[in-house]
Design a protein around this ligand. Structure first.
Ligand code: BES
Ligand code: MN
Ligand code: ZN
Length: 471
């Protein structure tokens, strides 16, 4: 789908296509015939054929100017696209968009919504419901060009994440995830290094390897680097959970909760999407991302409840539940990124706990952090793209719950406060480095299309991480 700015309003007569008017409440639409349209937010009027303009014209209400938010703009843009595709429209002109006095940021999110509203994951359907819309013209001044391009990029990177996460686990496994990261690195401009099983052994990543052992698909440790500021020692690190399938291991999940576990590499999807946007926009920042990619699956080689394992840091862990695998892969990744890549700030992003889903559903991402400033930056970054985050308490009493009996730590401490104890478990491996942890188990996917989010993966986190890197 092509989105273009058209500057000269006169040129509209050259287009053999439809128009759409976006209207605030009380706004004069200049078309006497459509006075009864009340411009309530979200209302999209049926086709009207106006003698006066000889065009198929749609009306769309934006409600009161003062109650219009960036989230509402993204949502309405997506809903318009869904509606027009339903009506088999191929080309559309937003002829009065200039009169709406939208800021550059508002145009940017409008474009995001247009693109995200047309996303569907239909790769494996033999009959695809093709989108009819192929071109969109925004009647705007040239000065909005950057905003339009930025909107396209952020939507595209969100879609990169969605595509990776929606891919089923028989196609998306450590090897293919690593290959995708490499391909995207070449396309968007970051470097990708892939460590194989032998390299991972040499790095002594005992916790990661314990989880990976059960699968005949070998683990990959994926490192992505973007150096936009070579004069600076500052390095931001992202660690994404990359369990390409989580069966629970010997602490086996029931089918109902296992069936969605291809999304357990949602954190990996988010960091790859963010890397694409960061590199493409050539941010003046150094960013390193890592993913410890493996499957958590059963075989005679798999790790077992009761095993005691040694992490890369040297700390030992008693495995009380093999379904608490994410934190085991993440601690080796975190230890690596801090000690080998020398990052001085780190974000972990993971579909880590069902407790996060219980607490906040699919709406808000709970955060665990050891640093107020970094948390504030994350909160601001999330606000810039209307993703919702909320900080969890991290009182000392929670930390006591993860102390091991037969080893330094235990990976499971009961389900109560599970989102916090899982986060703090990772926190044991960050030392004094400022750290925020995002548990996207709930926000990673949704069951039904909703506004600019489509059924399946939401790509949550990719845009927040991008904005965090802009800070
Ligand atoms: N990958 C799951 C968490 C998850 C749950 C993600 C639901 C997406 C949706 C994680 O590895 C896990 O299995 N966590 C367990 C831990 C429990 C055994 C303490 C959980 O939350 O059920
Ligand atoms: Mn699990
Ligand atoms: Zn998991």
């Amino acid at each position: 789908m092509d989105i273009k700015i058209i500057e000269n309003i006169q040129s509209q007569t050259n287009f053999d296509n439809s128009n759409i008017l976006l209207l605030y409440k009380g706004m004069d639409n200049g078309l006497a015939l459509i006075d009864e349209f009340d411009s309530k937010y979200g209302s999209i009027d049926d086709i009207i054929c106006l003698e006066k303009i000889k065009k198929r014209t749609f009306l769309c209400g934006l409600g009161e100017r003062k109650s219009l938010t960036t989230e509402k703009i993204r949502t309405i843009a997506a809903n318009i696209i869904r509606e027009l595709n339903k009506k088999n429209i191929t080309e559309i002109n937003f002829t009065n968009i200039k009169n709406l006095q939208l800021s550059k940021k508002e145009i940017e999110v409008f474009v995001e919504g247009l693109i995200l509203g047309s996303y569907k994951f239909e790769k494996y359907k033999t009959e695809k419901s093709t989108n009819s819309l192929t071109s969109i013209h925004l009647f705007l001044d040239e000065e909005y060009c950057d905003a339009v391009e930025n909107g396209k990029l952020l939507a595209q990177c969100n879609i990169v994440s969605r595509n990776l996460i929606n891919e089923p686990a028989n196609f998306m496994y450590p090897q293919t995830l690593a290959e995708e990261a490499k391909r995207l690195g070449l396309e968007y401009g970051f470097e990708t290094l892939i460590y194989n099983e032998k390299d991972i052994e040499d790095l002594n990543m005992g916790a990661f390897l314990s989880v990976a052992k059960g699968s005949n698909k070998s683990p990959k440790f994926i490192v992505m680097k973007y150096n936009g500021d070579v004069d600076s020692d500052d390095r931001l690190g992202f660690v994404g959970k990359g369990i390409t399938f989580d069966s629970g291991g010997y602490s086996l999940k029931r089918t109902a909760s296992m069936v969605d576990m291809k999304t357990d590499m949602g954190g990996a999807g988010a960091v790859i999407g963010a890397m694409c946007a960061i590199a493409k926009n050539k941010l003046k920042k150094n960013v390193v991302s890592v993913i410890a990619a493996c499957e958590n699956i059963i075989s005679s080689k798999a790790y077992k409840p009761g095993d005691i394992i040694t992490s890369m840091s040297g700390k030992t862990i008693e495995v009380l539940n093999t379904d608490c695998e994410g934190r085991l892969t993440l601690i080796d990744a975190v230890h690596y990124i801090i000690n080998k890549e020398k990052v001085n700030k780190v974000v972990t992003i993971a579909t880590l706990t069902g407790a996060a889903v219980t607490a906040f559903g699919s709406i808000t991402t709970p955060i665990v952090s050891n640093n107020d400033d970094l948390y504030r930056n994350l909160e601001e970054a999330a606000k810039l793209c209307d993703e919702k985050v909320w900080r969890m308490p991290n009182f000392e009493e929670y930390r006591e719950l993860i102390v091991g009996e037969n080893a330094d730590l235990k990976n499971f401490s009961g389900k109560y406060g599970g989102c916090i104890t899982a986060g703090l478990f990772i926190g044991e491996f960050v030392g004094d480095v400022p750290w925020v942890h995002m548990d996207i188990a709930g926000t990673v996917s949704i069951k039904k299309d909703k506004g600019y989010k489509s059924k399946g993966a939401t790509g949550e986190g990719a845009r927040t991480l991008y904005y965090l890197a802009t800070k």
